[in-house]
Ligand binder design. Sequence first.
Ligand SMILES: Nc1ncnc2c1ncn2[C@@H]1O[C@H](COP(=O)(O)OP(=O)(O)OP(=O)(O)O)[C@@H](O)[C@H]1O
Ligand SMILES: [Mg+2]
Length: 309
Amino acid sequence: MTLAPRVEIAHLTKRIGSKAIVDDLSFQIPAGEVFGLLGPNGAGKTTTIRMMVGLIAASSGTVEINGLDVAKHFQQAMQHVGAIVESPEMYGFLSGRQNLRHFARMCQGVTEARIEEVVQQVGLEARINDRVNTYSLGMRQRLGLAQALLRRPDVLLLDEPTNGLDPAGIRELRDYLRRLAQSEGLTVVVSSHLLSEMELMCDRVAIIQSGKLVDIQTMGEIAATADGVSEVSLDVDDASAANAVIAARFEGIEVTTRDNELVLTLSREQIPELVAALVGAGAKVYGVRALKRSLEDQFLAMTGGRSVD
Ligand SMILES: Nc1ncnc2c1ncn2[C@@H]1O[C@H](COP(=O)(O)OP(=O)(O)OP(=O)(O)O)[C@@H](O)[C@H]1O
Ligand SMILES: [Mg+2]
């Protein structure tokens, strides 16, 4: 099925002074996909989402929602968008329901029945008549989500939606977003610095580092790559001789020494090649240990760990 993308970002860039904090990002997201923006602190996730909802202007490049350019047709484009970027504006002295009614008055066509529906969808029935300042962080998040959903958006943008949620809350949010994506074709964009959360929530992730797109992968691709890569630790009699054999066999590979053992990263297929090469060169191999790299390790390797500002 080839449908026009719901969200289309082309060469999106934000410069502040001489620095590009979002640098030439391009990607497309179809209907019904849960798409992740994954990157360490300062990578540019919030800035990207703020440009996507027109909170700040792009320096160059475009954002289109349902084919509508956010910069040129802001009002129309935003009719299709629900978002939680900064903590949503809520009145603490009003109840959850009063807050939703207040917000509904600013939108067109949001009925009392729709309010009831979203309250149920986010599971706030029991507390919806209580004042918001008695809510826990997780309840506030859910109320924010209810508010973002009131207008039946086609695209939902959530900046770090799992912040402050406990594991059960994260699981609920994930199930809820996935259900909406599947049943209503809602396109969801979430950001996070944790691959483990993205793994549970998203169909695809864009990995962002220092404002640049490193890669876009499906969760299946990320898992498959991590599956095939191991950190190999070698116990040999003569480390420098072994190093020379490794350098000759696997050009450019990085070898470090840890606890008198040589450590290098190889694909599964390369491990027997390495052993054969060492034995062939007369090295004494006392031990070979291969540790699978976790998804988290792989993400750190892709982004080089924390961002440096
Ligand atoms: N108004 C601004 N003026 C100057 N620099 C800014 C401004 N807004 C953001 N930045 C810088 O741009 C970079 C990206 O910030 P952004 O908030 O988008 O990152 P992030 O990926 O959301 O990070 P986090 O995971 O910490 O939320 C950071 O280095 C930040 O300091
Ligand atoms: Mg952020």
